[in-house]
Design a protein around this ligand. Structure first.
Ligand code: ZN
Length: 257
């Protein structure tokens, strides 16, 4: 015997006031509270509910517009306050992060330093990752490094260069330093550079080219890592002398182009 309907609860009267209210969009509920008198009028005209719905809809639209405006204002204030704190509380003399001072520097300065990084890279023909750290103002080379992953897996060119810089100059003055590297820093190296707070990072070949050269890559760009570090305000510049470094990677010994 089919008894499955026997104990079914009775259907509620439809639409019950509670269900009708629940089905009303939240913003319209709010608009009704703000723009309509409470309760139902005693003498309801045939189109009373329809008129109330129109008033509530227009009110809801008005509330949504106010909410959007407030959201935009809050975002503006928050971004202005973040920019302010970056320039006033970092305690460094870094140029303002949105000033793009790095690409504005003389191109020869970048190329001279990158040539030095390439000289270092040639020491490891199989993995030609070389790096130098320079003084932002004078261009003087303060440290050099080269990939030595055969000795230690984290000794990428940038890490080697950072280590040598710290050994010689101490863990200081990062806000006046630029690192040049033949290959776009991997997430490990870019994270280390962000933690150091280095002012600028300039690279030659992109991660995409390194991958095309058959070198294993974690496919997260240096700019993406830098942007994810909310404490880091340094600048990045890519492609400097890539016309020299791309062939170096793509035609390295043992590669199969
Ligand atoms: Zn790396």
């Amino acid at each position: 015997m089919m008894q499955r309907h026997r104990f079914s609860p009775p259907e509620p009267p439809f639409p019950s006031p509670k269900h009708a209210w629940d089905a009303t969009p939240p913003l319209e509920q709010q608009a009704r509270r703000y723009f309509l008198p409470p309760g139902r009028p005693k003498a309801e005209s045939p189109h009373g509910e329809q008129r109330r719905h129109v008033v509530a809809s227009v009110g809801a639209f008005f509330l949504q517009a106010c909410s959007c405006a407030a959201g935009l204002l809050a975002a503006e204030v928050s971004s202005a306050s973040a920019a302010g704190s970056a320039s006033t509380t970092s305690g460094t003399n870094l140029p303002p992060s949105r000033a793009s001072w790095l690409p504005g520097m003389p191109r020869e300065r970048h190329e001279t330093a990158m040539h030095e990084a390439i000289v270092m890279a040639r020491r490891n023909p199989r993995y030609p990752f070389g790096a130098v750290i320079t003084d932002r103002d004078s261009g003087e080379i303060l440290a050099r490094g080269v990939n030595d992953g055969g000795t230690n897996p984290i000794l990428h060119g940038e890490i080697d260069c950072l280590n040598r810089y710290v050994a010689e100059h101490g863990n200081r003055d990062w806000d006046r330093r630029i690192l040049y590297t033949t290959g776009e820093p991997c997430p490990m190296c870019m994270s280390a550079l962000a933690w150091a707070g280095i002012a600028g990072v300039v690279y030659a070949s992109s991660i995409a080219t390194l991958r095309a050269a058959g070198i294993p890559q974690i496919m997260i760009g240096a700019a993406e890592v830098a942007a994810a570090a909310n404490f880091y305000h340094g600048e990045l510049l890519g492609g400097i002398l890539a016309e020299h470094t791309d062939p170096m990677f793509l035609r390295r010994p043992g590669s199969t182009p």
